[in-house]
Design a protein around this ligand. Structure first.
Ligand code: ADP
Ligand code: MG
Length: 261
């Protein structure tokens, strides 16, 4: 059985892409078949997985979604790239921004991504969707396509308001379009363990949402090593295997695997 997890937050820089890659590769290291889908026109995920110029790719999530919209057949494996650490991925680039604008006039626009991913569920244990920092149409598509949402929160400022808006949007998608959608959990990222305010913010998030939403036990520490992986095209497990961030994503992977029940 395949589980589709969307990593979402309308704030940029909270480690959505970093989390997608390192959770995805963590799950692959645990023997799971994993596909990462980049639903972000910035192409950051593609770049972090070693694609030098994402904007020069011909086949991307945008061209695939266009085929779904136009009812054109998609060839098996079309647009799916492979990363040497054992995952498959569908990259995106700037063309996704144009597609998002064009979606406005499309019938069943909220389900385009789901229609595509439903054809791939049979081949993967996990499909992780990386999203852009907005609650626009492509992000709604990613929520409609998902079974679970993982919400990274940077523990460096008080994010309560943005969180409220996101949780409300998830609720609306659940009621109107995807009744099976559940929040997998909130993941605290870029946590500076030396700073007291990080602990303070975790406590406040727990206070505000701990009853409603699970907060993952382990948080992801702040580390320059994590920031450096972006340019290396590899996971934190390869780049800094003994570091605190590898340990953090290792624990997150175990928690996500345990959630299978
Ligand atoms: P998003 O996808 O939410 O915009 P990214 O995953 O691109 O966020 O991360 C934003 C920036 O923070 C990137 O430069 C990334 O390398 C860096 N970063 C991610 N995780 C960590 C961490 N644990 N410690 C320090 N820097 C991090
Ligand atoms: Mg990103």
């Amino acid at each position: 059985m395949c589980r589709v997890i969307t990593v979402a937050s309308q704030k940029g820089g909270v480690a959505k892409t970093t989390t997608c890659i390192n959770l995805g590769i963590g799950l692959a290291r645990a023997g799971k078949k994993v596909l990462l889908v980049e639903a972000d026109a910035q192409g950051n995920m593609a770049a972090s997985l070693g694609i030098q110029e994402p904007d020069e790719l011909d086949v991307t999530l945008a061209s695939i979604m266009e085929k779904v919209i136009d009812d054109v057949d998609i060839q098996p494996g079309e647009g799916i790239l492979h990363h040497e650490e054992g995952i498959d991925f569908v990259p995106a680039n700037i063309e996704l921004a144009g597609l998002e604008a064009a979606l406005v006039n499309v019938m069943s626009r909220e389900t385009v991504l789901r229609q595509y991913l439903d054809t791939l569920r049979g081949q993967y244990d996990y499909i992780l969707i990386d999203t852009m920092p907005s609650l626009g149409m492509i992000t709604i598509d990613a929520l409609v396509a998902a079974d679970r949402v993982l919400i990274p929160v940077e523990a460096a400022y008080l994010p309560i308001k943005g969180l409220q808006q996101l949780i409300k949007t998830i609720g609306r998608v659940r009621r109107k379009l995807n009744p099976g959608l559940e929040i997998l959990g909130i993941l605290l990222t870029k946590v500076d363990r030396r700073a007291n305010f990080a602990r303070d913010i975790s406590a406040r998030i727990r206070e505000a949402y701990g009853e409603q939403v699970r907060i993952f036990e382990e948080c992801i520490p702040l580390s320059i090593r994590a920031a450096e992986t972006t340019a290396e095209g590899k996971s934190i497990y390869r780049y800094d295997p003994k570091g605190t961030v590898a340990a953090g994503y290792g624990s997150l992977t175990k928690e996500v695997l345990a959630d299978e029940g």
